[in-house]
Design a protein around this ligand. Structure first.
Ligand SMILES: Nc1nc2c(c(=O)[nH]1)N[C@H]1C(S)=C(S)[C@@H](COP(=O)(O)O)O[C@H]1N2
Ligand SMILES: [Mo]
Length: 356
């Protein structure tokens, strides 16, 4: 079964896509200049409605196939060991609206990413305290938001294997950039799974349930798959594919966003990241000629890395592009990696520039 209720299309943007686009903001690409994306510039993706939760009465329940079920308040979680990690997050649907034909969903272009410093407490010791039963296979994370998708009424739920959930960087996060989580980013508590696409980091977390069978909820078993065709079950979407983005140089034309740049030396800058290892190379393409750029420091093990490139802008129209490679050897495609749900489209970015 396809996860989509509407067929992919080449037709103009629909009202339904616009409705989603005005709720779910992207990070304007000039914000790539910040090591840490200011919270108000971080991208946002909310499937249903932002739920009303009161941090004072909210509780996290840990149960299912465990020996000692737990119920924790926000204060209980804050009293536990505290860890802060800078993490680059990206929506698996980033790039979807550039696909041809275009899968109908949140119509992201390139702006669905951001890097924040997340603070919380590691999940693994809590699992140890609860004592997983021998047959426990996965953990199901449930958010407080509810709605209908694929004709199924559901809480937002995702699962992870015990091994993935026990990685030391997996946090129950209650702060973003040094402040309590804002309502739209999951207040009072969210799961944070560094390196994985954003759908894994369940917001408004209310329960963690250990289960002995693979979880087959909609967001796990149907959505977030690389499906070649509607009847292909596809492979599950997991870690973030390698990507580089450039800060569009010069100044924009208001409507077309085409860039106007003065002739002469121009320093191009940007960021690159991957959920599958360190960034080892960023190349810049000027009218199809690729040259390696200079890599800057990484903001953290799970965060993006800066890069720069000295370009001599010659008068005329040009197409700039950038392409990253990671330590697993993966690089970005120059032809669209099409799939039914428009997942993981890390096709190279192209920027149209007029030099005057
Ligand atoms: N409960 C819940 N968690 C959620 C979502 C959601 O709709 N509900 N969206 C997911 C998706 S698809 C993404 S990309 C990230 C976005 O996190 P952000 O809005 O804080 O950037 O949250 C994930 N966690
Ligand atoms: Mo997402």
């Amino acid at each position: 079964m396809s996860a989509l209720s509407v067929e992919p299309t080449d037709a103009p943007l629909t009202f339904e896509e616009l409705q989603l686009a005005t709720r779910n903001r992207g990070m304007p690409l000039e914000a790539l200049r910040y090591d840490l994306t200011p919270t108000g510039l971080h991208y946002l993706l909310v499937h249903f409605d932002i739920p009303a939760l009161d941090s004072a009465t909210w509780r996290l329940r840990i149960g299912g196939a465990v020996k000692r079920p737990l119920e924790l308040s926000l204060e209980d979680l804050q009293a536990r060991p505290r860890r802060t990690i800078p993490v680059t997050m990206e929506c698996a649907g980033n790039g979807r609206a550039r696909l041809q034909p275009r899968p109908i969903s949140q119509p992201w272009l390139l702006e669905a990413s951001g890097t924040a410093e997340w603070t919380g407490t590691p999940l693994a010791p809590i699992l140890e305290e609860a004592g997983l039963d021998e047959g426990a296979l996965e953990l199901v994370f449930t958010g407080a938001d509810r709605g209908v998708q694929g004709e199924i009424e559901q809480d937002y739920q995702r699962s992870l294997t015990i091994a993935e959930a026990s990685r030391p960087e997996v946090l129950l996060a209650y702060e973003m950039n040094g402040a309590p989580l804002q309502p739209q980013h999951g207040s009072p508590l969210r799961l944070l799974v560094p390196g994985w696409y954003g759908m894994t980091s369940v917001k408004w977390l209310t329960s963690i349930e250990a289960v002995t069978e693979p979880f087959d909820g909609y967001q796990q078993a149907t959505a977030y798959h690389y499906q070649a065709a509607p009847d292909d079950p596809g492979e599950p979407v997991t870690r973030i594919r390698v990507r580089a983005l450039v800060v569009p140089p010069g100044i924009p034309d208001f409507l077309t966003r085409r860039r106007l740049v003065d002739r002469g030396p121009v320093t191009l800058t940007g960021r690159a990241w991957s959920g599958d290892g360190e960034i080892t190379k960023v190349e810049v393409g000027v009218d199809g000629d690729w040259t390696p750029g200079t890599l800057g420091p990484s903001v953290g093990e799970f965060a993006w890395r800066s890069w720069s490139f000295e370009w001599t802008a010659e008068p005329g129209d040009h197409v700039l592009a950038c392409r990253a490679t990671d330590s697993s050897g993966a690089t970005q495609p120059v032809e669209q990696p099409w799939n039914e749900q428009g997942m993981g489209n890390n096709l190279v970015q192209q920027v149209d520039v007029s030099v005057r």
